[in-house]
Design a protein around this ligand. Structure first.
Ligand code: ADP
Length: 500
């Protein structure tokens, strides 16, 4: 039998970093946020463009309408100005002069209004020409009033001709303004339509790419979750068919990583359990075969030699057979005890009682064993041990096991000491020996079933590794503690605490 140890760590640290360390919730949040951001940017772009078109077309139409309106008013004002001028020239009625002045002001006002909203070089130029011609027309009228008489420097009819030229130029430019505005509006609409087509194309490209990005993100997230899951699925199939090899090493979200590490841990435990099972079976087979073989030999001898005169030899054979039977029964009982305890179907008969007689009884039982091997036995009692609530038979079983082990592992001429101490809250029983000690790495494991250390036994059979597991169960049921202190080459001390 080799050494059985717990070699499996409880938790494996998480080595993954970066995207692999993101858990499923964060992956989904990031994925959906990215999708949302892409879709939102497409929508925002479309809305901004739509708004721009809306503003541009409204502005364009309004601008055109207002320019045309000003142009109409300019024509009206110019016509009134001309008609008042003519009427005043004939009648010299000051009311017509007033009308002329007012129409001139109207003209200038509308010209200023039109210039304020004109936003192209062409319209500005036309309006400037109109303004220039108007100023010339007014200047001609003023000059005509001063110099237009018969003694004036100009030939007759010159002022009329020049005024007509200025007016015709104005009428022509006003017409040009109308044509220019119409043409400009058309141009702008064309430009808008082209920009609209371009924006539509960009919008479509953005929508298509956002769809593509969405599909890639969704596929990436889904695969990063489902791929490790299918690896785990395959692994569990292998486990179910008894293959515990090839531990999983996944790059996956932490939740799935934990699952994979738990599976690896489970595999290690199952492997360990499998090994322990086969160790135990070979041990049990050996332990059962040895007494059975010696009993078989004994029976064969008895059958051959039934001569009453040799009864001394027969008694010896029977004694050996009975001893082997007892060993077998002891083994089977230990097995049964432990499995019943583990199943929780063993009854404990608790009653208040003293521990000292139990310890003394167990010590007297093993006296022949230690006496035969010149082992010194000491019993020390400190304080009056209070009565404890216990199942005395089970506590006796525990003490027997500890003393039995002490004798088994103590060399001839060694020393065993039992201490019974009254301590705060209960009683402490310690069994110390001068045996080889127990390696530090085995000290916790020996309380598990079928666990044995490498320590060499000096007497008796090698044992089954069940005694301390049963003792621990019993002590636990009593609400107590069992532990061991040991120093290699100096001995071991097992201590049981039972609450009072
Ligand atoms: P068993 O003695 O039948 O093997 P136990 O559960 O009583 O089973 O003990 C488990 C193991 O603990 C032993 O096989 C032995 O290796 C170690 N052990 C127990 N008691 C002692 C002791 N007093 N000194 C050294 N080793 C011990």
């Amino acid at each position: 039998m080799g050494v059985s140890r717990h070699s499996v760590p409880e938790e494996v640290s998480d080595p993954v970093t970066g995207f692999s360390s993101l858990n499923v919730v964060w992956r989904l949040i990031i994925g959906f946020t990215a999708l949302f951001a892409v879709t939102t940017s497409v929508s925002v772009y479309s809305m901004v463009k739509l708004n721009q078109f809306n503003k541009a077309s409204t502005y364009m139409l309004e601008l055109g309408d207002r320019l045309i309106e000003h142009k109409e008013r300019l024509s009206d004002a110019l016509l009134s100005e001309l008609s008042y001028e003519k009427k005043y020239a004939i009648s010299k009625d000051p009311a017509f002069h007033d009308g002329f002045v007012k129409a001139g002001k109207d003209f200038t006002k509308n010209l200023a209004g039109a210039s304020a909203i004109a936003d192209t070089l062409g319209s500005k130029e036309i309006l400037e020409n109109i303004s220039k011609q108007h100023s010339r027309y007014r200047a001609l009228i003023e000059e005509e009033t001063i110099n237009g008489g018969p003694g004036g420097s100009r030939r007759p009819g010159w002022y009329r001709q020049e005024k007509e030229k200025a007016v015709e130029a104005m009428i022509e430019e006003i017409k040009n303004l109308q044509l220019y505005v119409e043409d400009d509006t058309k141009h702008r609409i064309d430009g808008l339509a082209k920009a609209g087509t371009r924006a539509l194309r960009i919008g479509l490209i953005m929508a298509a790419s956002s769809l593509l990005i969405g599909i890639v993100i969704a596929a990436g997230i889904t695969l990063s979750i489902t791929r490790p899951l299918s690896v785990i699925k395959r692994k569990t199939r292998k486990i179910s068919s008894g293959n515990f090899e090839d531990p999983l090493d996944l790059s996956s979200p932490p939740e799935i990583g934990h699952l994979a590490r738990s599976l690896n841990l489970m595999c290690d435990r199952l492997k360990e359990a499998e090994r322990m099972k086969s160790d135990f079976f070979s041990l049990m087979a050996h332990e059962l075969r040895t007494p059975l073989a010696s009993m078989k030999g004994g029976i064969a001898l008895l059958k051959r030699d039934v001569d009453a005169s040799r009864s001394q030899a027969r008694d010896k054979i029977l004694a050996i057979m009975s001893e082997e039977c007892n060993r077998l029964i002891e083994h089977v009982n230990s097995l049964l005890d432990l499995s019943k305890m583990e199943a929780g179907i063993i009854d404990f008969n608790f009653a208040a009682g003293d521990v000292k007689p139990i310890v003394q009884r167990a010590a007297s039982e093993i006296e022949p064993l230690y006496a035969a091997r010149s082992i010194t036995f000491e019993f020390h009692e400190t304080g009056e041990a209070p009565p404890v609530m216990m199942d005395s038979e089970r506590v006796l079983q525990v003490v027997r096991n500890l003393l039995g082990n002490a004798v088994k592992f103590t060399p001839d001429g060694g020393r065993i000491a039992v201490f019974l101490k009254s301590v705060a809250g209960g009683v402490e029983i310690s069994v110390a020996d001068s045996g080889p000690g127990i390696p530090a790495e085995d000290r916790a494991a020996i309380f598990d079933k079928y666990r044995q250390s490498t320590t060499r036994a000096y007497s008796g059979s090698r044992g089954t590794g069940l005694g301390l597991a049963i003792a621990k169960h019993v002590v636990d049921v009593h609400g107590g503690r069992i532990c061991v202190e040991s120093e290699m080459g100096r001995g071991s001390t097992f201590t049981v605490f039972l609450p009072g």
